[in-house]
Each structure stands twice: as structure tokens, then as C-alpha cells.
Design a protein around this ligand. Structure first.
Ligand code: PGA
Length: 256
């Protein structure tokens, strides 16, 4: 039975009040049933505490959208993985294309964050993905190879299977145009083959989420693919009913 991870990336949406309403509505939608799927919400930093309080006795997991790689120090405006762990975060998203593009996060920084998160026993969700131009020029696998190799440079072998990869084609994020089933399956399969052969990891132990315009309409097709182990969902996670529909689809598919 496949165990999906369905993660909501709320990005810079929802103030503390709106976050609480969103998570309460989501809980009302999903708490009626026993869940096999792991469901994760990643609100903005300012809402983590409020959301943590609401979900503390539920199966819902809490994650952050970013972190620094140091434990503490004179790093104005930054938040450490230890601080996030203390709040109850079990997952941290790193390397999102919005951070790579708008905040100039490079592979070296992402690699340091990855090691810091893993050393603490938290689960990183490492985002990788190619631009439209790179795909058109048949560079997808080269770009992904580079992103994975650089990120994995300093991590321990035993930690490889603990990294959740989110394959997020940059051209699919927030555009309403998701990857086709063929593109998603082919790329997910390639990512698993690459990591399992290069780092001697068990292919079955690897978790690769799809991200980029996944919604209640296309989730069934995408989640039904052999090598898609869940979704990292932005826009569609900001509506509790829509997000709950995606979770329900994951539940149904996992039972097939
Ligand atoms: P989207 O975002 O679902 O709005 O395309 C996904 C993401 O950026 O993680």
C-alpha cells in the first residue's frame, strides 16, 4: 500500500488569523476519517506557532518553508532549524525555485541547509526542477543532476533515503499548467534511478513528490503514476476543500 505525502506550501499567504481558519477548516474536512496519507501544512513563519497549537493532538504535520543552516547567531531576519523543531516542525522545504530565483539561493547554501536539517533528525523537502527553456533544450536531466549532486555533496549515506525530493518544473509553478503524466512519470522515474544508482540507495525507499499546479482536477492522474509519491501543493492548498479533495484522492489511490 503506497503511503502518499501531501504537503501544502502556503507561501507568503495567510496572516496568523487566516492561517488558523484555514487549518481549522481543513481539519474539519479531513478528521472524519482514518488517514493512511501523511498530510503536511507549511504556513508562513508568523503562523507556525498558532497552527502548531491547533494541530497538536491531530495527525496533521507541520513544516516550514525555509530555514538558515546555523543553529543561532548574528543572522538578522533568519530562523534556524532548531527553532523550527522546537515549534513542532518535522519538515522543512528547501531550494524552492522562488528562493533560488528571488533570493539568489545557490547550491552551496542549499547543501548546507540540507545537512543541518538532516543532522537534526528533521525531514527536508528538497525542491528541484528545470525552467521551460531548459526543458525545450533537452537539459532537464542535466539540470536535475547538478541540483541533486550539489545538494547531496556533504550528506551522510544513511541520510539519502530521508530526503524527500519535490520535482517542481519551474514552468509549472503557479501557472495552471502542470507537467503531463508522461513528463512527470518519466522525470520521477529518472530521479529515482539516478539517486539509487549514484548513492547506492534503495529505489523503493525514495520519496519523490510532484509540485507545480497540482489541483483537485489533475491530482488523480498525477498521483496514480508509479513514481509519484505525493504532491507539494501551492495555490490549491490555500482552499481547505480543494486541498481535502487532493488528500481524498491520495487515500483512494493508495488503497488500489
Ligand atoms: P503551485 O505551487 O501548486 O501553486 O503551482 C507549488 C509550489 O510552488 O510548491
Amino acid at each position: 500500500m503506497k503511503k502518499f505525502l501531501i504537503a501544502g506550501n502556503w507561501k507568503m499567504f495567510t496572516n496568523v488569523f487566516e492561517s488558523k481558519i484555514l487549518v481549522e477548516t481543513l481539519l474539519a474536512e479531513i478528521s472524519k476519517k482514518e488517514m493512511h496519507t501523511t498530510v503536511l501544512v507549511c504556513p508562513p513563519f508568523t503562523s507556525l506557532c498558532g497552527v502548531a497549537e491547533i494541530i497538536k493532538d491531530t495527525d496533521l504535520k507541520l513544516g516550514a518553508q525555509n530555514c538558515h543552516f546555523e543553529e543561532k547567531g548574528a543572522f538578522t531576519g533568519e530562523v534556524s532549524p532548531q527553532m523550527l523543531q522546537f515549534l513542532g516542525c518535522e519538515y522543512i522545504i528547501i531550494g524552492h525555485s522562488e528562493r533560488r530565483t528571488h533570493f539568489k539561493e545557490d547550491d552551496e547554501i542549499i547543501s548546507k541547509k540540507l545537512s543541518a536539517i538532516l543532522d537534526l533528525g528533521l525531514t527536508p523537502i528538497l525542491c528541484i526542477g528545470e525552467t521551460f527553456e531548459q526543458r525545450m533544450n533537452n537539459l532537464t536531466n542535466d539540470i536535475l543532476t547538478n541540483q541533486i549532486e550539489k545538494a547531496f555533496e556533504n550528506i551522510k549515506k544513511a541520510h539519502i533515503k530521508k530526503v524527500v525530493i519535490a520535482y517542481e518544473p519551474v514552468w509549472a509553478i503557479g501557472t495552471g499548467i502542470s507537467a503531463t503524466s508522461e513528463q512527470a512519470q518519466e522525470t520521477h522515474s529518472w530521479i529515482k534511478d539516478f539517486i539509487s544508482s549514484k548513492y547506492e540507495a534503495n529505489r523503493e525507499d525514495l520519496t519523490v513528490l510532484y509540485g507545480g499546479s497540482m489541483n483537485d482536477k489533475n491530482c488523480h492522474e498525477l498521483l496514480s503514476l508509479a513514481d509519484v509519491d505525493g504532491g507539494l501543493i501551492g495555490g490549491a492548498s490555500l482552499n481547505a476543500e480543494t486541498f481535502a479533495t487532493i488528500i481524498e484522492n491520495a487515500e483512494k489511490i493508495s488503497k488500489i
